[in-house]
Structure formats: structure tokens, C-alpha cells
Write a protein of this length. Structure first.
Length: 256
């Protein structure tokens, strides 16, 4: 129940739902109260913020610092495990396997498979529990890895953890102190490492799914608002809330 409540509150604090709620409050004030000026301020402010967060220069400038902490990993050290953290997914057995991975999940799995091909002696570990689907996020991610040529005997599942903190604890029980790569989205890596370090592990960061565009774009791509750029702003807000929650609720290991 607490997990669902945390997800609900966090979801409402994302840019799009939050600004729509502020805009709705402004509209209600305009239509049903004498606070006309307050209503106009709320509507104007929420509209302006939604516009700015939907522009590439703003969204990616906010996102880039989160993604620049760790470079793409191409090291040659011996690796025993490649740990790929779970993300968004669905499950439709009639779809191509990769179509069941939503948003950040497919790039994580793709980078995990790339790293495994560089270290084929390693075991791939996929994490995360099932939501309302009959199979877990870990199982769906593993099916994609299998379809890309990773042998079944090089795959292990940890399909009970519901969040990153639980994933870190589960991984600790499996890998111990053996060297491993931690594959997750670049914008999520700092928070994920905090959980894994608190669990007594020393992962090697292998970021995936970099989103902030630094290469040249057409002027209209930079000037026209887009849901793509808004999704980048959404990642900034999501990680900011996650880091704040991590700071407010330190793990049991870090309190010891």
C-alpha cells in the first residue's frame, strides 16, 4: 500500500500532471470565484512552465548534468556479472520481445547485452518484480536478451525487488564481492550507485539510455515544443524527487 501511495504522489508531482493541476486550479478560480487575478497568474504561469519544459534547449540543459557524471564504460577489467536494472514494461506474447520493454528499459537491456558480448564469460542478471502483468520485468528483459543471442545459462533473474533499493539488496545476495557492471539509465546512475554502495557493494557504472542531445539539431527541433523534450524534463523531476526521498529515508545499511 505504501509503495503504491509513493508512486501515486510521485506521479502527480511530475511536470505534466502537476502543471495541469495548477492550470485547472487557475481555471476554477476564473470561472467560479472572484479571485480573477490569481486565476490568471496560475494559468499563465503553468502554461509558460509547460512551454519551457517542452523545449529542447531547456529540457536537455536540465538533464545533461545528471547524465554527465559517468562515461560509457569500455574498460577491460574482468567482470563476473552484468546487472541490468528493471524499468518500464508490459507483456503481450504476440509482440516482438523488445516491444514489451517501455521507455528506459530497452536501452538498458541493449547496453547490457553489448557489455556481455565484450565479457561473454559473465552472467547477466535482470532485476525487478511483476506489476499487474503475469510475468516480471526481469523475465521480459531476459527474453529480449535471449532473442539477441545471450545463452540461457548466462542469465539469472531477481524478480522480487520492487524498487532500486530492493534491487541492490537482492544483487548483494547473489554476487557478493565479485566484480560486476551496473547497467541503468545515465540519469538514474547516481541514485542507483548510492543504493548499491549503501548495500556494501562496489559496482562499476555502465550507463545507458543517454537522452540529453548535445549534437547539432535543426532550428525547428529546438524551437518547437515537443512531448519528447517534455519527457526529458520529466526524467529530471523524477530523479530530483527520487534523490530527495533517498536523502530523507536513508537505507537500513547506511544507518548502521
Amino acid at each position: 500500500m505504501f509503495f503504491a501511495l509513493k508512486k501515486l504522489v510521485g506521479g502527480l508531482l511530475m511536470p505534466l500532471p502537476l502543471l495541469l493541476l495548477v492550470m485547472a486550479a487557475g481555471i476554477l478560480l476564473l470561472w467560479f470565484s472572484r479571485w480573477q487575478k490569481s486565476g490568471k497568474i496560475l494559468v499563465t504561469l503553468s502554461w509558460a512552465l509547460l512551454l519551457l519544459l517542452s523545449l529542447q534547449p531547456v529540457a536537455d540543459r536540465l538533464l545533461l548534468p545528471l547524465e554527465s557524471c559517468y562515461a560509457t564504460w569500455n574498460g577491460a577489467e574482468k567482470i563476473d556479472f552484468v546487472v541490468v536494472l528493471g524499468g518500464g514494461y508490459t507483456f503481450n506474447p504476440n509482440w516482438a520481445p523488445s516491444s514489451n520493454l517501455i521507455g528506459n528499459s530497452l536501452p538498458r537491456v541493449a547496453e547490457g547485452v553489448r557489455q556481455w558480448r565484450r565479457h561473454p564469460q559473465a552472467t547477466m542478471i535482470f532485476t525487478a518484480a511483476a506489476g499487474r502483468n503475469p510475468v516480471s520485468s526481469a523475465q521480459v528483459a531476459a527474453s529480449v536478451a535471449l532473442s539477441l543471442g545471450v545463452p540461457q545459462d548466462h542469465i539469472q533473474l531477481l524478480d522480487r525487488p520492487k524498487d532500486t533499493e530492493e534491487e541492490a539488496r537482492a544483487v548483494r545476495g547473489l554476487v557478493g564481492q565479485r566484480p560486476f557492471l551496473l547497467v541503468t539509465s545515465a540519469n538514474h546512475m547516481t541514485r542507483a550507485l548510492n543504493f548499491f554502495h549503501a548495500a556494501g557493494l562496489t559496482p562499476i557504472a555502465a550507463p545507458a539510455n543517454q537522452l540529453a542531445v548535445t549534437s547539432p539539431l535543426n532550428w525547428w527541433e529546438r524551437a518547437i515544443p515537443s512531448p519528447l523534450w517534455l519527457s526529458h524534463s520529466d526524467r529530471v523531476a523524477y530523479e530530483a524527487l527520487g534523490q530527495a526521498w533517498q536523502w530523507l529515508t536513508p537505507s537500513a545499511e547506511s544507518r548502521q
